[in-house]
Design a protein. Structure first.
Length: 185
């Protein structure tokens, strides 16, 4: 089984914010691969289905970003998953808007959702990093990530969500570097 966790914050007020791009990807993947409706379990919204005959769980923690690790730890313990069976999908301030990178392990880079997961299960898991750009100054980061994407960003955001969701099955069967090349074309 592969567990895909999109990071974000619960509630309507956060629905279209930069910090919720992980939730947006999870929803797009669920639509593209006809996942059943999400149910509430593991302090999250959760759905499970097969992609390319592989069982895949989609998780959207409802603990708020800073406590995401609690939900991840619960589901991983329940299914007896190893960290390398986890892909965390999250916003990344250090990447330009729309840029996508995949990496295994590493530091949290100041991302509180990743810090929480690292504290609960360690850092030996896959990360799908989605660029949202940086506001320029450190004191502007919190209001920036918690604000909605401006309408000028909607075109690249919709294209990115569509492309990731359409190519998501390939991520499960290809090397990450190859998948990124396919995504970039």
């Amino acid at each position: 089984m592969l567990l895909c966790v999109g990071l974000g914050n619960p509630g309507q007020q956060y629905l279209m914010t930069r910090h919720n791009i992980g939730f947006m990807v999870i929803d797009a993947v669920a639509r593209s691969y006809n996942f059943p409706s999400f149910s509430k379990k593991f302090k999250s919204e959760y759905s499970e289905h097969k992609i390319n005959n592989m069982p895949v769980g989609l998780l959207k923690p409802q603990t708020f970003m800073n406590l995401s690790g609690q939900a991840v730890q619960q589901i991983m313990a329940f299914y007896k998953l190893k960290p390398e069976q986890l892909i965390v999908i999250h916003d990344d301030l250090d990447l330009i808007p729309g840029q996508v990178k995949v990496k295994f392990g590493g530091g949290a880079g100041g991302h509180n959702g990743l810090k929480s997961i690292d504290q609960c299960i360690g850092n030996a898991y896959w990360r799908l990093r989605l660029g949202i750009g940086h506001p320029g100054e450190r004191h502007l980061v919190t209001p920036y990530v918690l604000s909605a994407f401006p309408s000028a960003d909607h075109d690249w955001l919709i294209n990115l969500l569509n492309k990731i969701s359409q190519e998501f099955g390939s991520l499960l069967s290809e090397k990450p570097d190859e998948w990124i090349k396919r995504l970039a074309t």
